[in-house]
Design a protein around this ligand. Sequence first.
Ligand SMILES: N[C@@H](CCC(=O)N[C@@H](CS)C(=O)NCC(=O)O)C(=O)O
Length: 199
Amino acid sequence: MPHYKLIYFNMRGRAEIIRYLFAYLDIQYEDHRISQDDWPTVKQTVPFGKIPILEVDGVPLHQSLAIGRFLAREAGLAGKTELEQCQVDAIIDTLDDFMSRFPWAEKKKDIKDQMFNELLTHDAPSLLQDLDLYLGKKDWFVGNSVTWADFYWDICSTTLLVLKNDLLDKHPKLVALRKNVQSIPVISDWIKQRPETRM
Ligand SMILES: N[C@@H](CCC(=O)N[C@@H](CS)C(=O)NCC(=O)O)C(=O)O
């Protein structure tokens, strides 16, 4: 078994999908959480100067979703057919497009608040409606079993709910999908044991 070292901040953020997949695969890994103070030094040492990084026997992999896809394939969570894999990737990209629009690193509080508010009140509703429609009466976004797109929905929506707690009030099916993911025993165990962080 390779030695896996995940490098990220002490947050769920972009590393959480990797942590969910490790939990599902029941693979041990080093969950290395660095402080903001240490980041400028660590930044010099990682490819492209961004985290998360997953080191596999010392080989650094970057880009959270490339790493996620690598682990999802191993876990059988990437989609059962090539068509389903494309659908799974498309849901992941749809969620990531939205999450990437938030100015997470903006220093000016008034600008940050205004942009967050705009995204949460004006832009989120149409995305949620589209996701709701896509899910339809199914238990999972794609096919008839869980994929990492469902994991990513649970992770992104957990963060969105911290920012706006009534966000899913009109979307019971999307709430039910969160429950489906959180009821998978290894995921539920991870959620109980993970460090508590706001984001
Ligand atoms: N698309 C990349 C984004 C990586 C990224 O922007 N990471 C942020 C943290 S979420 C980071 O490294 N920020 C510190 C910096 O840019 O100096 C991924 O998904 O891994």
